[in-house]
Design a binder for this molecule. Sequence first.
Ligand code: B12
Length: 238
Amino acid sequence: MSDTDAIKALQDEIVKHIKDSGVDLVGFGPFDVLDDVKKVGEGEFDFPHAICMGTELPLETVREAKNGPSADLRESYKVVNKRMMGAAAGVMEKLKAAGYNGRVIHPAERPDPENLMGPVSLKSIARVCGLGWIGKNGLVITDEFGARQRFLAILTDMPLTGTPQLRESECGECRECIEHCAMKVLKDQDEFTDHPPSRDSTIDWQRCGRYENKLIGDGSKPERACGKCMAFCPKSYD
Ligand code: B12
């Protein structure tokens, strides 16, 4: 088997494993193009490529979040996070068996909780892996589920075949997420206005984060999630 065929075969095996684990979307892309994107915390980031997976959040659960904060939505985040972490463990085994290294970026990991920072932006990774584009709601929108999914990524030194095309925002004139945002934190911006791009141009993330904390609460009541920016995105129901 040629090297290219062997890589293609491993890629196919990884895709099959991820899909068999109940995860809906998989993409491969260059990670080194995200040099400008901030990295936080312990662990290695020096990998040229990324594998990104995405899992649908249930349509009715997301739709109900239009009516107000939802405990079911918060629970669905935990369910899909767990499913993707299981799938990622299997991918890591396959990479290691083929002689490659990798590092999992977990869906809800926050090495800098004060500044609400993950190890690296999963939305940026999903975009360079060709899974979708970033809209005015600041979320990755996919053809399959609109804004209605969560992501996990694996950084790796496994070589890849092909590079996906980067997609720009397709929101057009739509402002549904901005109009329905519970905290009015979205800034009506779906273009890169600064390099490296900063989240400050799309969202008042501190305010959104304070609201999230309030909805999670102190453990005396079920944790809830807002999710209106997903629920009011028309693409979530296409
Ligand atoms: C901390 C965190 C939060 C914080 C801070 C959010 C933030 N924007 O930074 C708070 C509490 C506010 C939050 C809220 C929510 N979150 Co959150 N969050 C995270 C987490 C763990 C880290 C985010 C991070 O590191 N930010 C730091 C900066 C550097 O990264 P970034 O925001 O991704 O910034 C990049 C883009 O903004 C981009 N950029 C800036 N402008 C533009 C413009 C264009 C056109 C493009 C293409 C790119 C671009 O460049 C930046 C890179 O420098 C991620 C998981 C992860 N590791 O990414 C989930 C994550 C982003 N959250 C997610 C979700 C679902 C939510 C909520 C819906 C939860 C809820 N409340 O119900 C809301 C949505 C708020 C919103 N509309 O953005 C999902 C998004 C899924 C999707 N479809 O895109 C993620 C990816 C988790 C996951 N595993 O799937 N979150």
